[in-house]
Design a protein around this ligand. Structure first.
Ligand SMILES: Cc1cc2nc3c(=O)[nH]c(=O)nc-3n(C[C@H](O)[C@H](O)[C@H](O)COP(=O)(O)OP(=O)(O)OC[C@H]3O[C@@H](n4cnc5c(N)ncnc54)[C@H](O)[C@@H]3O)c2cc1C
Length: 436
């Protein structure tokens, strides 16, 4: 009896024939071997927060929700080995009990750790890599049911492919993370003229540990967020941050979004108003609490990574195009920085990157908007975020990734029968050949 499955944004629906929640490594191995023998495809799901059909399957859907928790902590080395299904918010809480923290996180913490790294999930910080760069070793069950461990020192080719692998190589069962001692951030946010933000980008991205801005189309304003490390103790969360998070960024914004959904031509004026409403604030808190925002308003999203130095030019080009095409959009555009890495399929491979993300309220048409922005980002050498919407397929993607063939070789080695291949991965990565 097929089960109904839907992702966070509602952009993907699937009817897997079976859903499994293994509790042990042996159960994961048995699941893969049985599916392979039966000729049934397998996909793994984390928290279902990707916008694309990465986990869609009519075969076997595997969730590691019951294979979660911290397995081992090595405090002197500041490392922890974590089961793949662990949600990031649980992980942060457990690590804090050991006096440890992740160097950076994205702007929500609802993802599973394996799901997050598998698409190259990132936060912001010019000197900080994506979450995949925090992984120093991992274990996976391949398409033949073999258990493989890999790291920089051991099975390096597999490791570099597995750090961002879209669930195409096997089921990751645990990851070892390089962490740091728990730390607090001094976090300040406020309204700034977009022209000023763009003029100061080079200074801001180097001066702040974490720097990002959300700019409202049809408005001269950006919301700028800056964090620095501090030795000051965490303060109880202020009413202001709570008000900003829940009331302004979620409650009021949801009401404004519903208004735009019902009367789309109001979107430019709503975006303008939202820019006017940006508040200023300040908080000192544990890093993981500062990073995590509450996102109750659902949306569709496209995000591209481009060379860091191209941020201001790309923002100006998108701004001009939105106005020219009179796009009905009121969501802000999110602009972040990520350090270069050496991971085969990382969008930040080989270059310090700026990430630019566009959003559309769920229920409003997003394709025309994304179609207007995507060529601009591509013209700057953009690589799409693997978990977010885009229109690229294997022939275009291959040209963007110098290590494309290295990843493909590991994929053929680990999943020779295409047990983990679905229609979407076939289009994205190319057909592996003998598919089940
Ligand atoms: C509200 C919201 C905010 C977001 N914020 C950010 C952000 O700040 N930065 C950012 O970069 N992204 C962000 N994202 C995108 C999100 O982080 C990624 O899409 C991430 O991959 C989702 O993790 P997940 O656990 O939900 O994985 P899923 O979406 O369920 O799966 C993602 C991929 O991981 C694979 N996978 C999952 N578990 C395993 C496993 N055990 N072994 C092998 N493969 C596995 C799946 O097969 C799939 O290919 C956001 C998304 C939403 C909805």
């Amino acid at each position: 009896m097929p089960t109904h499955w839907e992702n966070w944004s509602g952009s993907v629906r699937a009817a897997p024939a079976e859903v499994h929640y293994p509790r042990t490594l042996d159960e994961v191995i048995a699941l893969v071997r049985t599916a392979r023998a039966r000729g049934v495809g397998v996909r793994v799901v984390g928290a279902g927060h990707s916008f694309t059909p990465l986990v869609a399957t009519a075969g076997v859907l595997v969730s590691l929700d019951h294979f979660a928790g911290v397995e081992r902590v090595d405090f002197p080395a500041q490392r922890a080995t974590v089961r793949a299904g662990t949600r990031i918010h649980d992980l942060s809480a457990q690590l804090a009990l050991h006096g440890l923290a992740q160097s950076n996180l994205g702007d929500i913490n609802r993802q599973s750790i394996a799901g997050a790294i598998s698409t190259g999930t990132h936060g912001t910080g010019a000197a900080l890599g994506s979450l995949s760069t925090q992984v120093v070793a991992l274990t996976l069950v391949s398409g033949t049911g073999e258990v493989i461990t890999c790291s920089e020192q051991h099975n390096r080719d597999i490791f570099k492919a597995a750090q961002v692998s879209l669930g195409a190589l096997g089921i990751i069962t645990s990851v070892t993370l390089q962490l740091e001692p728990s730390y607090c951030l001094d976090y300040r946010w406020g309204r700034e003229q977009l022209d000023v933000t763009l003029a100061n980008l080079e200074y801001e991205r180097i001066e702040n540990r974490n720097f990002e801005f959300f700019w409202f189309p049809y408005s001269e304003w950006a919301q700028v967020k800056r964090s620095r490390r501090t030795d000051a103790p965490a303060q109880p969360r202020t009413l202001l941050r709570g008000f900003n998070d829940l009331v302004l960024e979620n409650g009021v914004f949801w009401l404004l979004s519903e208004l735009c959904r019902m009367v789309p031509p109001l979107s430019p004026r709503v975006a303008h108003l939202a820019g006017e409403l940006i508040s200023d604030g300040h908080e000192v808190n544990a890093s993981h609490r500062v990073f995590a925002s509450t996102r109750l308003v659902r949306f569709q999203e496209m995000e591209y990574s481009i060379p860091a130095a191209a941020m201001a030019d790309a923002v100006r080009a998108i701004d001009a195009r939105i106005r020219q095409a009179r796009i009905n959009v009121h969501f802000p555009i999110e602009c972040r920085y990520v350090r270069a890495d050496d991971i085969d399929l990382s969008p930040a491979y080989g270059r310090d990157s700026a990430y630019i993300a566009v959003h559309m309220y769920r229920g409003m048409p997003y394709r025309d908007y994304f179609a207007v922005v995507e060529p601009i980002l591509r013209s700057f050498g953009g690589r799409p975020h693997w978990g977010k919407l885009h229109t690229l397929t294997a022939p275009e993607l291959r040209a963007l990734y110098p290590r494309w063939e290295a990843f493909a070789a590991v994929r053929r080695q680990l999943d020779p029968d295409g047990v983990f291949q679905n229609d979407y991965l076939r289009a994205l990565l190319g057909d592996i050949g003998a598919t089940v």
